[in-house]
Write a protein that binds this ligand. Sequence first.
Ligand SMILES: Cc1cc2nc3c(=O)[nH]c(=O)nc-3n(C[C@H](O)[C@H](O)[C@H](O)COP(=O)(O)OP(=O)(O)OC[C@H]3O[C@@H](n4cnc5c(N)ncnc54)[C@H](O)[C@@H]3O)c2cc1C
Length: 415
Amino acid sequence: MRVCIIGAGVVGVTSAYLLARAGHEIVLLDECGEPAAQSSHANGGQLSYSYVAPLAGPGVLADVPGWLLRRDSPLRLRYRWDPRLWRWMAGFLAACRASVARASTAQMLTLSYLSRDTLQAILADQPLDFGLAHSGKLIVYRDPAKLRKAAALAAYQAGHGSEQRILSRDEAIAVEPALAGMGERIAGAVHTASEDTGDCRRFTQELFRRVQAMAGVDARLDTRVEALVRESGRIVAARTAGGEVRADAFVVAAGLGSRALLERLGERLPLYGLKGYSLSVPIEDNHFVPRISVTDYERRIVYARLDGVLRIAAMVDIGSEDTHLDTQRLDTLRRQVAEAFPRLDLSRAQAWAGLRPATPTGKPLIGRSRAAANLWLNAGHGALGFTLACGSAALLVALMEGRNPPIDPKPFAPE
Ligand SMILES: Cc1cc2nc3c(=O)[nH]c(=O)nc-3n(C[C@H](O)[C@H](O)[C@H](O)COP(=O)(O)OP(=O)(O)OC[C@H]3O[C@@H](n4cnc5c(N)ncnc54)[C@H](O)[C@@H]3O)c2cc1C
């Protein structure tokens, strides 16, 4: 089958790799000059297989006033007259019901574990150098009540195969001595030894190069798909400035850009771009930099060591669908990082902003689109695209080939 894939972010490139590996002819198109130029560019680097609980959860309603009022809140909601935003918010609030959030967490765990296995299989086949570290993850809590809630969630997740330990402050500092700077402010932590980190951009670009070299692959950068051409209920071509690309099947893996492509076909995808920031800090003195992946829970800041760089990612700004570097938000982030790790030198930190292509439930859309019989979606991975990319691609390929899917596909079906 000749498959045209739109988007060379982490999701599109993993999809292209597994489809090419299965013997299909591939045309991979991206509007940017390099792969992973948008959301996959400088994200938090977390392969967070056990932390897939959606942002929408029962505790969120109590947090909303803080998001609206506090300038340094990790989540910020900006009022805008944008029907798309309000539709998304309505879906988000509906997804906050405890029963929905629990079901989503269990469903996301099936996809994240599939992702971990698929990544291992890919690496066995194609060793890739992207700073993969089996570092384990420490989620640090300041508020004892929040730590107790986390312990309850860990107990729930244990029933779905995840192994986590609750640590006291001293135990947490023994596991990660760089936390000593936070001292008394730590109530405790949850340690998950099985979590990994890596550089998403390097992973995507390395895999892209392998895909490019495979037989039957035509990868074109700087190629924007303006529209998908539909005839008699099937997509026949992707229209670009350089002409039409014809194929038997089409996969839209264009991150947030998927929304506009599908809108033109009359399908409204429940996607909204949740803005976040990252800082990349060159590591000079190993002493004061966390060795393992750390999450400062109340501030929603993640820290990952990616070879010579400490990647710090944070903040969810809802209603700011742009990648402008907001100096006030970045100053807040720098201040909070300096407070937690006072000996870290932030003077050479490189700032980045990206949009998480998020659905209200946090679950990606994987499967056949309603807009055409040969049109497939792999989009909407929100805050977890790096973590979920390999599993999503494996699920997509099984569905496209009409094989028994490796996990239940219904929770991710676009309809
Ligand atoms: C601050 C921040 C931190 C994050 N941290 C993590 C983390 O620690 N772990 C994790 O798992 N995830 C994390 N994420 C989420 C993750 O980065 C995303 O979910 C993931 O990158 C989405 O990948 P994608 O391939 O779907 O989208 P993208 O990477 O945006 O790729 C889509 C591609 O489609 C192309 N495109 C769009 N429209 C068109 C068109 N019309 N024609 C041609 N090409 C088109 C774009 O150029 C782009 O290259 C984070 C995100 C942010 C913003």
